[in-house]
Ligand binder design. Structure first.
Ligand code: C2O
Ligand code: CU
Ligand code: CU
Length: 492
């Protein structure tokens, strides 16, 4: 890995890239990804219905930061995660029934160091079955927490999670057949971070909650009693809300004290796609995708995440003047997260950036023939993969452990044009070989476990499963998943 500083990286990027920057055509911002120019049309195409606008944050409350899950002392396991019922005061003086892990809403951040293995006791204190799925973690099918991993109310289990993969921003959530969307909607989701070894020299900000901030983006709808009344509010094509919550906070703001901040963005919504920008139109630096650091950081003005996708970005606050305000906004200009910038006197040194020595894909990898075809189709509760709905008793595909294959995922349009489906595979971090034959944008040249597939698009993936077992692949619009847009692969 060659290292360069952020400053020289920016400069070389501008020198090399200014010709195609002029048309706002940032690397991220191609016609596939819902760029800033024709966002409205694109959003309309994502969903069959209208996508309701989010409300802007009024910056009324400090952004909640999920606590770090503390290691157990004197137990025969390292960590404990309990799914439980709770109450959350989203609106002043009103108590909303919610679900959370070890608390009322969302869950603590579970950190595992690269290469480590930890025992986690998982307990279900809900009144209904649930599972604990470690999204993006390459674990054996048995402990992956898919629909077969149901834990009955009152039951516990201990699972050994091995972080045998690069440092990354992953997450955990329930995956019970037919109720995933509702359980997530009520609050079950948490961050799972694989930390770099302390010996690594990346120099990226790593002070959790100070200059390394997790951001779980969700949209919610409440009924007249301010309850998350899922059965009344849900939409079979993906439940969309107008209330923006980040880490469970409505109208959040974040006080920024360090000149260069790292943000770990998770689209934890049931269905909504987010396209992020800075309110002053400046660039920021994307450093990681779902499964870890990109082959090289990407300077961009816009970043799209479909449901379940993650990205890590760096924002440089050091050039802001006192009068300037800054927020993270979405494609419609809605303020998601206003920043209150009050820099301490930390030096404004930029972390080292890098470029990979090896090409993202070798010529042989690019030339590999397709061996698995996936066809995503439908809408509402008529969604299928390869013409079928999920059947827990049917194995749809088989692949040998450790053997690389090429999957081609086709999003077959319907009479109304179709919609974006975020396609996710358990038990693997894959690489995108191409989108409609074209090489992926630089910000997708990294490990991924979920990929946004546009209507009519064919995306080729290079897929290897390091562990054995039965794994799900599915659309991560949670209502589509619950409606059967999911299949199973047996890795042998
Ligand atoms: Cu985020 Cu099947 O999972
Ligand atoms: Cu998953
Ligand atoms: Cu879908």
């Amino acid at each position: 890995m060659r290292k360069i500083t952020l400053g020289s990286f920016v400069l070389s990027f501008i020198l090399v890239g200014c010709s195609n920057m002029s048309s706002q055509n940032t690397p991220m911002n191609n016609e596939h990804m819902g760029g800033n120019t024709d966002s409205q049309q694109d959003m309309g195409g994502m969903m069959h219905g209208n996508v309701p606008l989010l409300e802007s944050s009024k910056g009324l409350k400090a952004l909640a930061i999920p606590p770090i899950l503390e290691k157990q002392q004197g137990q025969d396991y390292d960590y404990e995660v309990i799914a439980q019922k709770g109450n959350t005061e989203f609106f002043d003086g009103v108590s909303t029934d919610t679900y959370g892990y070890n608390g009322d809403l969302l869950g603590p951040t579970l950190k595992i160091e690269e290469g480590d293995s930890v025992d986690v006791k998982i307990t279900n204190n809900l009144d209904e079955p649930t599972t604990f799925h470690w999204h993006g973690l390459e674990v054996r099918g048995e402990i992956d927490g898919g629909p077969h991993g149901g834990i009955q109310p009152g039951d516990s289990q201990i699972v050994t999670l091995e972080a045998d993969q690069p440092a990354a921003t992953l997450w955990y959530h329930p995956h019970i057949d037919g109720s995933t969307a509702e359980q997530v909607f009520k609050g079950l989701s948490g961050m799972l971070l694989i930390d770099e070894k302390p010996s690594s020299a990346s120099q990226l900000p790593t002070e959790y909650g100070v200059d390394d901030i997790p951001l779980i983006f969700q949209d919610r709808l409440f009924d007249d009693n301010k309850q998350l009344n899922y059965n009344k509010l849900m939409n079979d094509d993906g439940t969309l809300g107008t209330v923006s919550i980040i880490n469970g906070t409505i109208h959040p703001k974040l006080i920024v004290t360090k000149p260069v901040m790292r943000f770990r963005l998770l689209n934890g919504a049931n269905a909504r796609n987010y396209t992020f920008h800075l309110s002053n139109g400046d660039r920021f630096t994307q450093i990681a995708s779902d499964g870890g650091l990109l082959d090289e950081p990407v300077e961009t003005k816009s970043l799209t995440l479909a449901a379940s996708e993650r990205a890590e970005i760096l924002i440089d606050f050091s050039k802001l003047t006192d009068e300037e305000s800054l927020s993270l906004i979405n494609d419609e200009g809605i303020e998601l997260l206003p920043f209150d910038v009050a820099l301490d006197d930390s030096p404004a040194s930029s972390p080292e950036m890098w470029t990979a020595d090896e090409p993202f894909l070798t010529a042989q990898e690019k030339a590999r023939p397709v061996s698995k075809d996936i066809e995503l189709f439908g809408m509402m509760d008529m969604v299928t993969i390869n013409g079928k709905k999920f059947d827990p008793n049917r194995i749809d595909l088989r692949q040998e452990q450790g053997v690389t294959e090429v999957w081609e995922v086709y999003n077959k349009p319907d009479m109304m044009g179709g919609m974006i489906h975020p396609f996710h595979i358990h038990g693997t971090q894959f690489k995108i070989i191409s989108r409609d034959g074209k090489e992926p944008e630089p910000n997708e040249q990294g490990l991924k476990d979920s990929v946004l597939v546009n209507p009519g698009e064919k995306v080729k993936l290079l897929v290897t499963f390091p562990e054995e077992g039965i794994f799900m692949f599915h659309c991560h619009i949670l209502e589509h998943e619950d409606n059967g847009m999911m299949g199973q692969i047996e890795v042998f």
